[in-house]
Design a protein around this ligand. Structure first.
Ligand SMILES: Nc1ncnc2c1ncn2[C@@H]1O[C@H](COP(=O)(O)OP(=O)(O)OP(=O)(O)O)[C@@H](O)[C@H]1O
Ligand SMILES: Nc1ccn([C@@H]2O[C@H](COP(=O)(O)O)[C@@H](O)[C@H]2O)c(=O)n1
Ligand SMILES: [Mg+2]
Length: 209
């Protein structure tokens, strides 16, 4: 790393450390309803929603030098190297005036988790885990119709495999630290949100006290 890069990195780290944002990680399999529920949480509880997948898709569209690599990884359902995704998350946090963030779809593997904590010094308040059977997630993804290149049956199966092999261990890690709040995400959207609300209400009341 060059001197300028190192200095920039140090500046970002110290600014993030000063900002001390409150972070909730929102995890769950592909199609479990993370984005849908984050929109509801934003509306009711004033968080800012940062979807790692959305940030990566925006990076492709921006014509970034990493665009082709990211596009290929997403098509194959693979996880993009942590340094790329973490830089996008750091920038989004620093550019936003809010101090509480839902980070959706991150960390996706052990490398994501360890690198984020090491680089930013941020530990999540808690981890919201949307638990949903594969059959239901597959049905939802095939019916999503948002033109996502990874919503086809071949890529969906690859994404499920990556979720089981790489993402579930991260949820187990946080579970061992007592940080996971598991929600039955197979229910209708409104019922899932009732369960989510019950988790956020006491957290916000405590913060205001
Ligand atoms: N509880 C639910 N019941 C039925 N359909 C749902 C429910 N929650 C979300 N959906 C629908 O399922 C699809 C996937 O939802 P969403 O995009 O929120 O999932 P996600 O977890 O963010 O997926 P991904 O990881 O692929 O980004 C969407 O079409 C959404 O409208
Ligand atoms: N931490 C992450 C998050 C996502 N990706 C890549 O983006 C794809 C789509 O993610 P969604 O959360 O929007 O479903 C995912 O399959 C990965 O290819 C990533 O690399 N790292
Ligand atoms: Mg999503």
């Amino acid at each position: 790393m060059g001197t300028v890069e190192a200095a920039t990195k140090q500046a970002i780290e110290s600014t993030l450390a000063q900002k001390k944002p409150k972070v909730v990680f929102v995890l769950g399999g592909p199609g479990s309803g993370k984005g849908t529920q984050c929109a509801n949480i934003v509306e009711h509880f004033g968080y800012t929603h940062l979807s790692a997948g959305d940030l990566l898709r925006a990076e492709i569209k921006s014509g970034s030098e990493n665009g082709t690599m990211i596009q290929n990884m997403i098509k194959e359902g693979k996880i993009v190297p942590s340094e790329v995704t973490i830089k996008l998350l750091e920038k989004a946090i620093l550019e936003n005036e809010n101090d509480k963030f839902l980070i959706d779809g991150f960390p996706r593997n052990e490398e994501n988790r360890a690198a984020f904590e090491a680089v930013t010094g941020i530990s999540p308040e808690f981890v919201l885990f949307f638990d949903c059977p594969e059959e239901e997630m597959e049905k939802r993804l095939l019916g999503r119709n948002q033109g996502r290149e990874d919503d086809n049956i071949d890529t969906i199966r690859k994404r499920f495999k990556v979720f089981l092999e790489s993402s579930l261990p991260v949820i187990e890690y946080y579970n061992s630290k007592g940080k996971v709040r598991k929600i039955d995400a197979a229910k209708p959207v409104g019922e899932v949100f009732e369960a989510v609300k019950a988790l956020f209400t006491p957290v916000d009341e405590k913060a205001a006290a």
